[in-house]
Design a protein around this ligand. Structure first.
Ligand SMILES: Cc1cc2nc3c(=O)[nH]c(=O)nc-3n(C[C@H](O)[C@H](O)[C@H](O)COP(=O)(O)OP(=O)(O)OC[C@H]3O[C@@H](n4cnc5c(N)ncnc54)[C@H](O)[C@@H]3O)c2cc1C
Ligand code: SF4
Length: 460
């Protein structure tokens, strides 16, 4: 797919890949073998009928292709951009098993169809069932919340989403940067969900602005999709120095508050010259690439394992390398070094080696004695993971959590230990993916419907 040139794109926040033209999309669709067993579908958490929509692209019936996509996925323009297709649908594609052959680019085709639909202002007509006169509250407007809400609205329920921030979308608006997922696209897909009569109440932290007991009293069912947005810090010496950020704060300033357009937008962000990002996931890649676009002279990612173990999407890692981001593998910060004014000036690191595999199956990093060294830095961004917000969950009296503080919910239905309360997305699984959160939302919608229709009641 055509992309912005790396030299050019590090000076702006515009989207990196341009997307397919109609000709390119049809040519790619023609590579699909239309396998009757559809192995690609089993790799998709929302089970899109992939060969069916690709067949419509092949026939140049893009409108029909969009309709098929929307039957399964309420946010296709987003999934086409940020899903790790290489480990999901595309990983199962039979064309990818042929030597020297790439799998069909399912994600790119999905993106093409969703963008085509928007550009041609075709509003896919979705059937909405007659009103059921039952109310469902959804806490959080991330991909899990938006999906459960859209699906329940289609089934005729009155759905109210409560969102603590001033914009809907969860990580899609505050975490994933503009150059990977333009915010106008998130807005477009959120508007589609609203067009199904879902009401979204912004600036409404449940547990603060609305007591949990009121929610439980007013609604027939509640879905918790609050994500896992509380940052973790390594807690090493110097964490409170000026210049040390959590990736959450850094990305929220840049993406949600548009600090990259300061002073046009009034939230500032530190424009570091020598930036170090700690971690090896998507969040680390996003923070590093954002810092570069804010004008850093050098951005270095330090990761305690090697390239092989890093969890970031391959495409994002390649983009980061193309943009000139440096990587220190097998490296762990152990202390932040400050000056007399309390500002960060360096990061003391230690080299690591890999030992035996740990519980995650990845080889455990072990520090190498006498290998300390200092990297100069005026900004550090820690992207070492996030966790559940325990304050909110403690207000749901009787809600069972696992040892990591995430909600225990039935894998199939999303039902929690608390009557009429369902949950899904990162708040159940820990930090995962957009499509998994959507899959959980989809399943929960199905079972909330069955619960409210009297067919299913695990709390009896
Ligand atoms: C920087 C970054 C990059 C990522 N990149 C990718 C990627 O490329 N591909 C991919 O598949 N996944 C990616 N992920 C992971 C993905 O974004 C998450 O797995 C997904 O967003 C989880 O969806 P969710 O609906 O469970 O939660 P979230 O998206 O976290 O949404 C939860 C929402 O609930 C709201 N909320 C929280 N508490 C309350 C409350 N008390 N009351 C009301 N509202 C509340 C929050 O404000 C938020 O809007 C990335 C994550 C991050 C942080
Ligand atoms: S597995 Fe690949 S080739 Fe087969 S139907 Fe799916 S996308 Fe087409």
């Amino acid at each position: 797919m055509r992309e912005q040139d790396p030299k050019e794109r590090i000076t702006n926040f515009f989207e990196v890949p341009y997307g397919y033209s109609e000709e390119e999309a049809v040519a790619e669709a023609n590579r699909c073998l239309q396998c009757p067993a559809k192995p690609c579908v089993s790799g998709c958490p929302v089970e899109i009928d992939i060969p069916a929509f690709i067949r419509k692209v092949r026939e140049r019936n893009f409108e029909e292709a969009a309709k098929i996509l929307k039957q399964y996925n309420n946010l296709p323009a987003i999934c086409g951009r940020v899903c790790p297709q290489e480990t999901q649908c595309e990983a199962r594609c039979v064309v990818g098993k042929i030597p020297n052959s790439e799998p069909v680019a399912i994600g790119r085709l999905e993106r093409f169809v969703a963008d085509w639909e928007a550009e041609h202002a075709v509003q896919t007509r979705i059937e909405i069932a007659p009103a059921k006169h039952r109310k469902v509250a959804v806490v959080g407007s991330g991909p899990a919340g938006l999906t459960v809400a859209a699906d329940l609205a289609k089934k005729g329920y009155e759905v109210h989403i409560f969102e603590t921030l001033h914009k809907a979308g969860g990580v899609l608006v505050y975490g994933i940067p503009e150059f990977r997922l333009p915010k106008s696209i998130v807005e477009r897909e959120v508007n589609y969900v609203k067009s199904l009569s879902v009401q979204i109440f912004l600036n409404m932290p449940v547990g603060r602005a609305i007591p949990v007991k009121d929610l439980l009293a007013e609604y027939d069912a509640v879905f918790i999709g609050v994500g896992a947005g509380t940052p973790k810090f390594m807690g090493i010496e110097g964490t409170n120095l000026n210049g040390v950020y959590s990736a959450n704060e850094f990305l929220t300033r840049v993406n949600l508050m548009k600090a990259y357009l300061f002073p046009e937008y009034d939230t500032p962000v530190r424009r570091g010259k020598k930036v170090i990002v700690v971690g090896g996931g998507n969040v680390a890649m996003d923070a590093a690439r954002s810092a570069l676009r804010l004008g850093a002279e050098s951005v270095t990612v330090v990761y305690r394992r090697t390239e092989e173990e890093m969890p970031a999407r391959r495409e994002e890692y390649i983009h980061a390398v193309e943009e000139g981001i440096k990587f220190y593998w097998l490296t762990q910060p152990i202390r932040y070094v400050g000056n007399e004014k309390g500002e960060l000036v360096g990061v003391e690191c230690i080299s690591m080696m890999l030992g035996e595999p740990d519980e995650s199956g990845r080889r455990r990093p072990i520090p190498i004695e006498d290998s300390r060294f200092i990297l100069e830095a005026d900004t550090v961004i820690e992207a070492i993971g996030t966790e559940a917000n325990r304050f909110l969950l403690s207000q749901f009296d009787g809600l069972k959590l696992n040892k990591y503080g995430y909600i225990i919910a039935d894998e199939k239905t999303g039902a929690t230990s608390l009557r009429k309360v369902f949950a899904g997305g990162d708040i159940v699984t820990g930090a995962a993916t957009v499509i998994e959160a959507m899959g959980a939302g989809k399943r929960a919608a199905e079972w909330i419907d069955r619960f409210l229709s009297g067919e299913y009641d695990p709390w009896k």
